[in-house]
Design a protein around this ligand. Structure first.
Ligand SMILES: NC(=O)c1ccc[n+]([C@@H]2O[C@H](COP(=O)([O-])OP(=O)(O)OC[C@H]3O[C@@H](n4cnc5c(N)ncnc54)[C@H](O)[C@@H]3O)[C@@H](O)[C@H]2O)c1
Length: 320
């Protein structure tokens, strides 16, 4: 699918993945509009593309605003959401309104509009819940264990339904652990923050053996934009993952290598946060069959993340 001169609406475009997507689309020659309420996103994330995009401060729960924007676009990449599991546990109604109603507003606006607008929906591996099978395939039963997992599953179901019932062109991407520049939370950011404070000691939450499928943000964005252009992908769901499991201890080791920190002591706390599962690795074969291959190795991706971190935050850490 060519995005050259196309009007693309990116909801949540000031957030971590959204802002990386906006940058990619702007480079591809798209005319990008961003809808964001800055709940967790920031203008800082968009500073290098500000002169190339249209920024709308607004909420996906506001149907009229969504409709006005959708009326004037060719495709939508829908990232706006509460993306935090703990926040969804604290406030499930807010999570529902943002993630489910917000998604329904996008779909309904497209249905009431020209109806030929393609929509990519950012779903999540969180909807697999406590399944013990590995690697996780799209056709497994889902078993979400948080309001966030339920709201993401609900959004996916609406996307499928809107395609089957109304012909709205949707694709859902189940993102695994996306990482990269502009990500100001989770394990890698946490390590960098701790190492900036004290490069001699790194505390790792839990046993260190928790295994995750880390996908670099540019790869997650490529997978998303690629599937939007494939008619046989419409109404369907795809894991956006690498299929490679890496423990959080191995992440720490790779990071320390990249930073040239040879003598840092790593200490595992033993106890992690409630609900932290041992292993979450996806099977990428479905999206692979459409020709998608991640381009970034873990160490290449981590290098990009560290480059960004050392530019933006006060730190003595440096890549070697
Ligand atoms: N980061 C990951 O590893 C990951 C994994 C699975 C799924 N996802 C999904 O990808 C999407 C982006 O995640 P992220 O990590 O970039 O999170 P993020 O919090 O950085 O981005 C979400 C963006 O949406 C905006 N937003 C929130 N509520 C809004 C509302 N009501 N109206 C308009 N804008 C609103 C926020 O301000 C923010 O800019 C989310 O839908 C998330 O559920 C992310």
């Amino acid at each position: 699918m060519s995005f050259v001169e196309k009007d693309v609406l990116v909801t949540g475009g000031a957030g971590f993945i959204g802002s990386n997507c906006v940058k990619t689309l702007a480079k591809m020659g798209a005319k990008v509009s961003v809808l964001d309420n800055f709940q967790s996103g920031s203008i800082e994330n968009l500073k290098h593309v500000m002169n190339k995009i249209r920024l709308v401060n607004g909420d996906v729960r506001d149907f009229k605003k969504v409709k006005r924007l959708v009326d004037n676009c060719d495709s939508v990449v829908h990232y706006a959401a509460n993306a935090s599991v703990p926040a969804s546990v604290d406030n499930p109604v807010y999570d529902f309104e943002t993630n489910v109603l917000g998604t329904l507003n996008i779909l309904e606006a497209v249905r009431q509009s020209r109806n030929d607008v393609a929509i990519a929906y950012a779903s999540s591996a969180a909807l697999y819940g406590e399944l013990t099978k590995t690697p996780l395939k799209e056709d497994l039963c889902t078993n979400p264990v948080s309001p966030y997992g339920i709201s993401k599953l609900c959004g996916e179901n609406y996307c499928r339904l809107y395609y089957k019932t109304y012909g709205v062109k949707t694709v859902s991407l189940r993102y695994f652990n996306v990482y990269g520049p502009h990500q100001s939370r989770y394990v890698m950011f946490d390590y960098l923050r701790k190492l900036s404070d004290n490069p001699n000691r790194l505390e790792i939450l839990g046993s260190g053996k928790q295994v995750r499928d880390f996908i670099y943000v540019a790869d997650a964005v490529s997978a998303t934009l690629m599937t939007m252009g494939i008619p046989s992908a419409y109404g369907d769901t795809f894991n956006a993952c690498t299929g490679v499991g890496t423990s959080v201890l191995d992440i720490a080791k790779t990071m320390l290598d990249l930073l040239g920190l040879k003598n840092t002591e790593t200490v595992c706390t033993g106890k992690s946060w409630e609900g932290d599962v041992d292993i979450l690795v996806g099977d990428p074969s479905k999206i692979d069959s459409f020709g998608f291959r991640p381009k970034y190795s873990l160490s290449e991706g981590l290098r990009e993340l560290i480059k960004w971190y050392t530019k933006v935050f006060p730190t003595k850490l440096r890549l070697i």
